[in-house]
Design a protein around this ligand. Structure first.
Ligand SMILES: NC(=O)c1ccc[n+]([C@@H]2O[C@H](COP(=O)([O-])OP(=O)(O)OC[C@H]3O[C@@H](n4cnc5c(N)ncnc54)[C@H](O)[C@@H]3O)[C@@H](O)[C@H]2O)c1
Length: 378
């Protein structure tokens, strides 16, 4: 499910601690809030974008230990970061349930925000956050980095060549190990069944759909825009508070039907790289087919996405293969450039809301057993 690790000593990807802000007056000054598993990808992107990490914040000393001595200030109180007038932007990489409160405070303080996905734990909260960001005019990004694979961007460029789109299949089978037979604890060890939510829910806000399946929802929205209606099924085992399998059919205004599946897969050798990560989007049109295959998110420093284009007119198949180029770095680079320019061009402020709205509609459909009209805002 995840394999990230942090370095033992000072992190090599952090900005050179001898570089003071006054030596780089144009450098964007950033506070990183939340230094857990995902943080190293943000530090990498910020360093490559020549941003200055001014604050590092986490409740756990062991999670900031690797960054101590790099020149950044260290705190356990995210409010100290948000209150600092010398901070231009914050990265919100805490557990998902805190995203809303921190984002709203940062927006109110006039900071630009790069927030990890999912933006919040429900569509209404996400709408509130993105609306406030729009009203304040601050750059605001939800970090769905897979749309920053070059293969995904090439797919978008090639889409018009498909003519009329008639069918799309989206699937994310992720190797969650022995989850189906109970290896992943349902609750925190020792907690009564009625007590605290599971680690997955308290950290990520959900299971397969929210944690695993949200990225391919974003890729679908990126490539095809907003669907109008959907019907979904969600399998939550009786002893768990998170799902292992979600299936959905989504209707689009002009691009036919999308079938969607997110699965906590028990298999470890499937997928185009034979590592158990089996995630792809296959779009068929009257003029051809595009198949986008993505690698395991935490392996993007070693592996990259693949795009296959079948062209109906020529009968040719073209495979677009790229060198390793972390989509985290590409995304953060684009966000930092926007923040420096005070613009919002890299992606819409409402990206994170749109994904959370589809998730909320899938959950509503699965609970009611009914087809749902997606109640889009904005
Ligand atoms: N883009 C992706 O592919 C991807 C992958 C994994 C995780 N994520 C997202 O990143 C976020 C973090 O996930 P993670 O896997 O790094 O989790 P994690 O548990 O490893 O890290 C979360 C960190 O937040 C810290 N934290 C909790 N409360 C805090 C507070 N009040 N103030 C400061 N820090 C606090 C924790 O101590 C922990 O270090 C989640 O929203 C998750 O959904 C995204």
């Amino acid at each position: 499910m995840s394999d990230s690790s942090k370095p033992d000593g000072p992190h090599p990807l952090l900005p050179n601690p001898t570089i003071a802000d006054e030596d780089h007056p144009m450098s964007i000054r950033v506070g990183v809030i939340g230094c857990g598993m995902i943080a190293r990808f943000h530090f990498s992107g910020l360093e490559k974008a020549k941003a200055t990490v001014r604050w590092i914040c986490d409740l756990k000393a062991e999670n900031t230990a690797a960054w101590v001595g790099t020149g950044a200030r260290v705190t356990t109180d995210w409010r100290e970061v948000v209150a600092d007038p010398q901070v231009d932007a914050v990265v919100v990489a805490t557990v998902s349930r805190l995203h809303k409160e921190i984002c709203l405070a940062a927006i109110a303080a006039g900071k630009a925000v790069i927030c990890e996905k999912t933006l919040t734990e429900n569509a209404e909260d996400s709408w509130e956050v993105v609306s406030r960001a729009e009203a304040a005019g601050v750059p605001f990004f939800t970090s769905y980095m897979k749309r920053w694979f070059e293969a995904a961007q090439q797919a978008k460029r090639l889409l018009p060549s498909l003519g009329r789109i008639v069918s799309t299949h989206v699937r994310s089978h992720q190797p969650w190990g022995d989850t189906w037979t109970g290896a992943l604890p349902a609750r925190e060890p020792g907690a009564p069944a009625s007590a605290a939510p599971s680690h997955l829910v308290s950290t990520y806000g959900g299971g397969m759909l929210v944690m695993g399946g949200s990225h391919v929802i974003d890729l679908t929205l990126y490539l095809l825009g907003r669907p109008t209606r959907l019907f979904a099924l969600q399998y939550i085992p009786g002893d768990r508070d998170f799902d292992l399998h979600v299936s959905a059919l989504l209707e689009t205004p002009t691009d036919g039907t999308i079938s969607y599946e997110a699965l906590a897969s028990p298999l470890s050798r499937t997928g185009f790289l034979r590592d158990g990560w089996d995630e792809q989007i296959e779009i068929t049109g009257t003029g051809g087919k595009l198949t986008l295959l993505t690698p395991l998110w935490s392996h993007v420093e070693q592996k990259t996405a693949l795009l296959i284009h079948d062209d109906e007119a020529s009968g040719q198949r073209h495979e677009y293969r790229y060198g390793v180029d972390s989509p985290f770095d590409r995304a953060i680079g684009a966000f930092v450039a926007d923040i420096a320019a005070g613009t919002q061009t890299a992606q819409s402020r409402i990206t994170g809301y749109e994904v959370d709205q589809v998730i909320a509609s899938m959950v509503a459909s699965a609970r009611s057993g009914q087809r749902v009209v997606i109640p889009w805002r904005g």
